[in-house]
Design a protein around this ligand. Structure first.
Ligand code: GEK
Length: 257
C-alpha cells in the first residue's frame, strides 16, 4: 500500500513521478542535480524527506514574522523553488527574494515554477555556488536541506558568511538530515526512514540505488554539531523547531540591535 504525499502546501506543484532509480543500474553514479532529477524533483523530495511540507510551512511562518521591508530574503540551494515561492508569498511588498543554486537544471526548473506566481516579480534567481556567492542586508536566510551537500570543510565558513549578511534580529532557517552517535538509535531511525520511503511507494531497489548514489554526496552531521556551528558563527539563540525521524529543522537568531 502506498501513502498519498502531503500536497497541502500551495508551493508544492503536483509533480512528475520520480522513477530515476527504478531500473537496475550496473554501476550507480554519484547523485547529481541534473535535468532528469530536476524534472521530478518535487515528487522526489516530498516522498524522500519526512516532514518536508511542514518545513515549507515553517519557512512561511519565519518569513511572515521576520521578513522586513527593504531587506533581502535568501533561499540557498533553492532547487525547484518551493521554499523560494513560500518566501515570496509570505513577505511584505518591498522585500527581494533571492534564490541561489549551482545547478543550471534546477534554476531552469525554478524559473518555470515561479513564472505564474503573483509574487514572482519579487524573486531573483542566481545560478551560483554558495561558496562564492555574495549575501547582504538579509532579514531571513533559508538553507532547506542544502548544507548537507556542501564540503564539510566549508560549512563553518558559509555559516559565518550567513551570520554577517544578516541584519540585527535576522534569522537563519536550517533543515538537515541528521545522524546519531549511538549506533543502535541510528539504525532504528534508518529503519524508520526506510519504512517511510516504502510507504511512499519506493521499491527496495530504488531505495538501495539512491542510497548508493548519495553515499559521498550527502554527508549528514548530528543535531549537536549543527547547534554548535550556529553558536560558533555568532547566533545568540538557536532551537530545533521540527523533527521527523532523522530530518530536523532549526533556527538561529542574530541578536537585535
Ligand atoms: C527545497 N531547498 O526544496 N551551491 C549552490 N547550490 C548547491 C550547492 C552549492 N555548492 N550544493 C548543492 N546545491 C530545496 C531543496 S536540495 C535538497 C534543496 C535535496 C543545491 C543543489 O543543486 C540542490 O538543488 C540543493 O542544493 C539541495 O526547499 O535534494 O535533498
Amino acid at each position: 500500500m502506498t501513502n498519498t504525499p502531503d500536497l497541502s502546501s500551495p508551493e508544492i506543484k503536483r509533480p512528475s513521478k520520480d522513477t530515476v532509480y527504478a531500473e537496475h543500474q550496473v554501476e550507480v553514479a554519484p547523485f547529481e542535480f541534473n535535468g532528469e532529477v530536476a524534472e521530478v524533483f518535487d515528487d522526489m523530495i516530498l516522498r524522500s524527506v519526512p516532514g518536508y511540507a511542514l518545513s515549507i510551512e515553517l519557512i512561511r511562518l519565519i518569513a511572515q514574522r521576520y521578513g522586513q521591508n527593504n531587506t533581502q530574503l535568501y533561499d540557498l540551494g533553492c532547487s525547484s523553488g518551493v521554499a523560494t515561492r513560500a518566501l515570496a508569498e509570505a513577505t511584505p511588498a518591498h522585500c527581494a527574494i533571492i534564490g541561489i543554486d549551482n545547478s543550471p537544471a534546477m534554476i531552469t526548473r525554478c524559473q518555470q515554477s515561479i513564472a505564474t506566481d503573483a509574487a514572482h516579480h519579487k524573486i531573483e534567481l542566481r545560478c551560483e555556488d554558495l561558496l562564492n556567492c555574495e549575501l547582504s542586508n538579509a532579514s531571513v536566510i533559508v538553507l532547506n536541506y542544502t548544507l548537507q551537500f556542501l564540503p564539510m570543510a566549508e560549512r563553518d565558513r558559509l555559516m559565518a558568511k550567513i551570520y554577517s549578511a544578516l541584519i540585527p534580529g535576522g534569522v537563519v532557517f536550517l533543515a538537515e538530515k541528521v545522524i546519531e552517535t549511538d549506533p543502535k538509535l541510528q539504525s532504528e531511525l534508518t529503519a524508520l526512514h526506510l519504512a517511510f520511503k516504502r510507504r511512499q511507494g519506493y521499491s527496495d531497489l530504488e531505495i538501495a540505488q539512491k542510497r548508493a548514489a548519495l553515499e559521498a554526496v550527502l554527508v549528514p552531521e548530528t543535531e549537536q554539531q549543527h547547534l554548535a556551528r550556529l553558536h560558533s558563527a555568532g547566533f545568540e539563540q538557536s532551537a530545533t523547531l521540527q523533527r521527523a525521524i532523522n530530518f530536523l529543522a532549526m533556527v538561529g537568531w542574530k541578536r537585535a540591535a
